[in-house]
Write a protein that binds this ligand. Structure first.
Ligand code: SF4
Ligand code: SF4
Length: 402
């Protein structure tokens, strides 16, 4: 297995103060030095451990606060050190508030894909994603969206589901539909690193699961009835998994997050971790902060052979093994929630990795229900002939379910 995704943190600084943010050091204005940037890019692109196609995702903190010259240098260095002629994609996850015409032109010119963090209409977004001064940020994010589109970039949107958001599926869907968002993903508000609680805890677990199911089923109805040209990640994923299972009954999902060195995360100082990017910077006594080494001093190959890497790999594999033995949803999940949950729930040191407390388990039960629910005209939804692999065509696409 080779490295496919490199998550880079140019800075932890952020101009917003989102209620659920888990990133430490958001008022720390230091950015990755040019020396570290070059060391990191060279080490990755010259390593035999990297796939022929690799994505650099600039993320964690607000990456645009590192400034345009930082990224201009980054793309120069990628071109200069790409001695194996790998295909390198750049992606950036941003709150969008700093985007202007110059940024958008640069991102379009270098074919960055862009993810915008947006929580829906003002009563959700502005409340959940304020500036440090307490002002809402939606107007600036929408202005950023406009600049991107002016330069031909169609960003995806990531929306955090708080308890309040779960109660307003119609308003949320309408917002993304009206703003012509073509790709949308929902992230449930989690307890993670700096974020020590979640609004979902306002309800007990069975109520929260009920609300989540009701939310997703309503989004499913709205999406189908409006038939927009929109991909919703959660539907796309589950329908793809069902297709894989129908094609091959022994299919089991194998998420990158459970494979060592499929994903690496590189901090501002050049520290490296693997498995879930959420391990990076987590305060873990048991795993030494998940820090496998620093690219100023150690090669990626040396990191893969380190005792910590071996121990972490064994423990994640053990967590996945337990999932496989105990969870009815394993084939569709692959166990990526349990191992990563160890970093989110603290305190450290944790007991053994365990699926017992996996919140993903009840949440995943929703996934079959929309597909089994009656359609508006009373018939069962079916997978269209064109996309049914048993009929000899390719993968299902969510929008092909009618
Ligand atoms: S924009 Fe991102 S990094 Fe900044 S506070 Fe919000 S969630 Fe955190
Ligand atoms: S839903 Fe949770 S318990 Fe089940 S396989 Fe996934 S991570 Fe493991």
């Amino acid at each position: 297995m080779k490295i496919r995704l490199v998550v880079l943190q140019p800075t932890s600084l952020c101009n917003l103060n989102c209620l659920y943010c888990y990133v430490p050091g958001r008022r720390d204005a230091r950015i990755m030095s040019e020396e570290t940037l070059e060391v990191v890019i060279r080490a990755i692109l010259e390593s035999d451990l990297v796939d022929d196609q690799v994505e650099f995702l600039w993320h964690a903190g607000e990456p645009l606060t590192a400034g345009l010259p930082f990224y201009e240098r980054a793309v120069e260095l990628i071109a200069a050190h790409n001695s194996h002629a790998r295909t390198v994609w750049n992606a950036i996850q941003t709150n969008g508030t700093l985007l202007d015409d110059t940024w958008a032109r640069f991102l379009a010119g270098h074919r960055f894909s862009v993810g915008l963090s947006m929580d829906g209409p003002s009563f959700l977004h502005d409340r959940q994603r304020p500036t440090w001064g307490g002002r809402g940020s939606l107007a600036r994010t929408l202005r950023g969206l406009h600049h991107l589109r002016t330069h031909g970039i169609e960003p995806g949107a990531l929306c955090v589901l708080t308890r309040k958001a779960l109660l307003h599926p119609d308003a949320l869907f309408e917002f993304f539909h009206e703003n012509s968002i073509r790709w949308l993903g929902f992230n449930v508000e989690e307890i993670e690193n700096e974020h020590r609680t979640t609004s979902l805890k306002e309800a007990d677990t069975s109520m929260m699961v009920k609300e989540y199911r009701a939310f997703m089923e309503r989004i499913w109805q709205l999406w189908r009835s409006c038939a927009p040209d929109m991909v919703i990640r959660e539907f796309e994923d589950i329908v793809g998994l069902i297709a894989d299972k129908l094609e091959n009954p022994s299919y089991m999902r194998a998420p990158y997050e459970t494979e060592p060195f499929r994903i690496i995360t590189v901090s501002r100082d050049g520290d490296v971790s693997t498995f879930s990017p959420e391990f990076a910077g987590a305060a873990s006594v048991q795993y030494g902060g998940f820090r496998l080494g620093n690219l100023h001093r150690e090669s990626l190959a040396a990191m893969t052979a380190s005792p910590l890497s071996g121990r972490l790999s064994r423990d994640v594999a053990e967590g996945v093994r337990r999932c496989r033995q105990t969870c009815a949803y394993f084939d569709f999940c692959g166990g990526d929630s349990c191992p990563t949950n160890t970093s989110k729930t603290g305190p450290w040191p944790q007991p053994r990795l365990s699926p017992a407390a996996c919140i993903a388990k009840p949440l995943r039960t929703w996934s079959w229900r929309p597909l089994n629910a009656p359609t508006g005209n009373g018939s069962q939804p079916v997978l269209c002939e064109r996309c049914d692999p048993r009929q000899g065509a390719g993968r299902y696409r969510c929008r092909d379910i009618r």
